[in-house]
Design a protein around this ligand. Structure first.
Ligand SMILES: NC(=O)c1ccc[n+]([C@@H]2O[C@H](COP(=O)([O-])OP(=O)(O)OC[C@H]3O[C@@H](n4cnc5c(N)ncnc54)[C@H](OP(=O)(O)O)[C@@H]3O)[C@@H](O)[C@H]2O)c1
Length: 259
C-alpha cells in the first residue's frame, strides 16, 4: 500500500479544521493518558481516570466532528460511546447543518462484538468497518451501515483508501477516539492530522498496559514528528494539542518497521 503524505507546506490553525487532502477527512486523535504514558491500566478496561473538564473537552471534540472512529478493543472496554449531550453543542451542530449526533464508526476486522452492549441501544447512528467475514453477523438495526473492506485493502489495512470512502460518504471531519491499536494503524498510513492529548495526574505503569500508540512502533528516525499548537493547564491536568508534521514519502531513505 502506498503511503499518503500530506503537502509539505500545509498550514493548520488549532480552531479551523480544514482537510489537507480534499479527498480525505481531516482527522484528530483525542486521548487521555497517565503521566507515564498509559491510556488504561493493565486490565485494559475503560479509562475513566480523567476529570470532568477532560470529559467536556472530549465531548467538544466529538461534537465538532462529522464522524467518530474507534477500535473494537475500545468498544469492548467501554460497551458504550460518548454521545453529544451538552445542549449548546447540539445547537451548534444544528447551526452548522450537521445532524445532532456524529456518525459512530467502529473498526473491528473480526466483527466480534457483543450485540448486547449498551452501545447498540444508544440513540446514535452506528457504522461498522470490517472484513467480509466480520460483516456476516450484523443487521441494519445494529449498524445502519456496514463497510465491508475487500481483502486486498486489509493486508495491511489501507486507511487512505478507507478514509477516501468515508469522505465520499460525507465525512469531512473525523475524531479518532482510540485505542492504541487504531491510532497506530492510522499513524502508520499518515492518516492522523492532529492529536489532542490530556496528561492526567496518575501513574498506571505496567508493561502490558495500552499506550496512545501501540502496534509495532516506529524507529526513531522515522517516528512521526509533531508541532505543538496549544497547551493549557486545568487543575492537575495538562491539555496538549499537536499537529502531525508531514512525513517523508514511503519510498524515501527510511525503512518502516517490519520491512
Ligand atoms: N485513555 C483514553 O483516552 C482511551 C481511549 C480509547 C481507548 N482506551 C483504551 O484502549 C484500550 C483499547 O485499545 P486497543 O489498542 O486494545 O484496541 P482498539 O485500538 O480500540 O482496537 C484495536 C482494533 O485492532 C484490531 N486488531 C487487533 N489485532 C489485529 C491484527 N493483528 N490485525 C488487524 N487488526 C487487529 C481489533 O479488531 P477486532 O475487533 O477484530 O478484535 C480492534 O478492532 C482499552 O483499554 C481502552 O480503555 C483509552
Amino acid at each position: 500500500m502506498q503511503a499518503n503524505p500530506r503537502p509539505a507546506n500545509a498550514a493548520l490553525t488549532p480552531i479551523t479544521l480544514t482537510a489537507l487532502d480534499p479527498n480525505l477527512p481531516h482527522t484528530a486523535l483525542v486521548l487521555a493518558m497517565s503521566l507515564d504514558g498509559k491510556i488504561a491500566d493493565t486490565r485494559r478496561g475503560a479509562a475513566r481516570f480523567s476529570s470532568l473538564a477532560d470529559l467536556a473537552h472530549l465531548e467538544a471534540r466529538v461534537a465538532a466532528a462529522d464522524g467518530v472512529l474507534f477500535g473494537g478493543g475500545t468498544l469492548r472496554a467501554y460497551g458504550t460511546t460518548l454521545s453529544v449531550r451538552n445542549p449548546d453543542l447540539v445547537a451548534q451542530r444544528r447551526q452548522r447543518g450537521q445532524p445532532e449526533q456524529p456518525r459512530q464508526l467502529v473498526w473491528s476486522p473480526s466483527g466480534n462484538l457483543n450485540p448486547q452492549m449498551r452501545f447498540f441501544r444508544q440513540p446514535v447512528p452506528r457504522e461498522l468497518i470490517t472484513t467480509v467475514a466480520g460483516a456476516q453477523r450484523w443487521n441494519a438495526a445494529q449498524f445502519q451501515r456496514v463497510w465491508k473492506v475487500p481483502e486486498a485493502q486489509t493486508t495491511p489495512w489501507d486507511w487512505p483508501w478507507i478514509l477516501a470512502q468515508l469522505r465520499e460518504s460525507g465525512i469531512e471531519t473525523l475524531a479518532l477516539l482510540g485505542g492504541g491499536g487504531l491510532a497506530a494503524a492510522l499513524l502508520c498510513c499518515h492518516c492522523v492530522d492532529e492529536i489532542f492529548i490530556t496528561v492526567c495526574p496518575l501513574i498506571l505503569g505496567g508493561a502490558t498496559a495500552p499506550t496512545p500508540v501501540d502496534g509495532v512502533g516506529f524507529l526513531a528516525a522515522i517516528a512521526p514528528r509533531l508541532e505543538l499548537l496549544s497547551n493549557q493547564t486545568l487543575g492537575d491536568e495538562v491539555f496538549l494539542h499537536y499537529r502531525v508534521r508531514p512525513t517523508p514519502a514511503r519510498d524515501d531513505k527510511f525503512l518502516y518497521p517490519g520491512e
